[in-house]
Design a protein around this ligand. Structure first.
Ligand SMILES: [Fe+2]
Length: 292
């Protein structure tokens, strides 16, 4: 093979761990044009670390959608106003108003993002993977935090692991809106996402690892007194989001962060100047399987 052709096919992908439990940083790769063997290495790192930070990407919307579809069928948002205008499966996360300027009303319209959650857990088949691509990022603040639910489960006392082994948590879009102080769910939204129960301890369908499955979308524990169930969920959430289980991602423009909702909780930080600094990201979500 001549040197120019070899350069086109030889990978320069580098993968390095980001924290003790969570995340791998990937450099020297173009997700719009993967070379031989790169997809397999990315998937292996994704399963090992539950989160990939791929640096320096230049992805058009259709290229992000095409790459996301390698993980499975994409999900459309429940919120009708979130459905992308040109690409239905790509939602623009933004604090830019109709006048083209940043404002905090737009930035705060979905306060649920600032609470620990796993995407779309109020659905029968919740999201497996979320891909978030940074277009514009404030100079400071606006980080996204990720908490590793496998590490949190492994660190629970054996008696607690036993106590929660067969419990099921009810997840509810309506309750989630209430929990985060958002505008109440509309009748149409409630019909589209009625409450659903999932195992509190979930087994990852690809890796077989056990992890807690809870967060802001949970309402109560099936078959348990509501207050008692909520107290247990709060106790487990407080345990699971301790610093030793958390990776905090400081965004750079061009980052695409790919995370596994079956393994991680996440929440955005609202600690940036929303009235003056733009924060714009492109989000695609992959539909998963029924949690087991
Ligand atoms: Fe989310």
């Amino acid at each position: 093979m001549n040197p120019a052709a070899l350069e086109r096919t030889q990978t320069t992908l580098r993968i390095a761990p980001l924290s003790a439990t969570t995340g791998a940083e990937c450099t020297g790769v173009d997700l719009a044009q993967l070379k031989e063997g790169e997809w397999e290495r990315l998937v292996e790192a994704y399963h090992q670390s539950s989160l990939l930070v791929v640096r320096d990407q230049k992805l058009a919307k259709d290229a992000q959608i095409a790459f996301s579809e390698r993980f499975g069928e994409l999900e459309l948002p429940i919120r009708k106003d979130y459905v992308g205008k040109d690409f239905a499966a790509l939602h623009v996360v933004s604090n830019i108003g109709a006048d083209g300027k940043p404002n905090n009303t737009k930035g705060l319209e979905n306060p649920g993002n600032f609470f620990w959650h796993t995407d779309a857990s109020y659905m029968k088949r919740p999201a497996s993977t979320t891909l978030l691509y940074a277009i514009e990022i404030p100079a400071s603040g606006g980080d996204t935090n990720f908490a590793n639910m496998h590490a949190a489960y492994d660190a629970l006392p054996a008696a607690m692991q036993q106590r929660i082994a067969s419990l099921r948590a009810v997840h509810s879009w309506e309750q989630s809106r209430h929990n985060s102080g958002s505008r109440p769910a509309s009748e149409e939204e409630k019909l589209q996402a009625p409450p659903v129960a999932h195992p509190l301890v979930r087994t990852h369908p690809e890796t077989g690892r056990k992890g807690l499955y809870l967060g802001n979308h949970t309402s109560h524990i099936e078959g348990m007194d509501v207050d008692e169930g909520r107290a247990l969920l709060q106790q487990l959430l407080a345990h699971a989001t301790q610093p030793q289980f958390v990776y905090r991602h400081k965004w750079q423009p061009g980052d695409i962060v790919i995370w596994d909702n079956r393994s991680l909780l996440h929440k955005a930080s609202d600690d940036f100047d929303m009235n003056n600094c733009a924060r714009v990201l492109h989000r695609t979500v992959v539909q998963g399987t029924v949690p087991q």
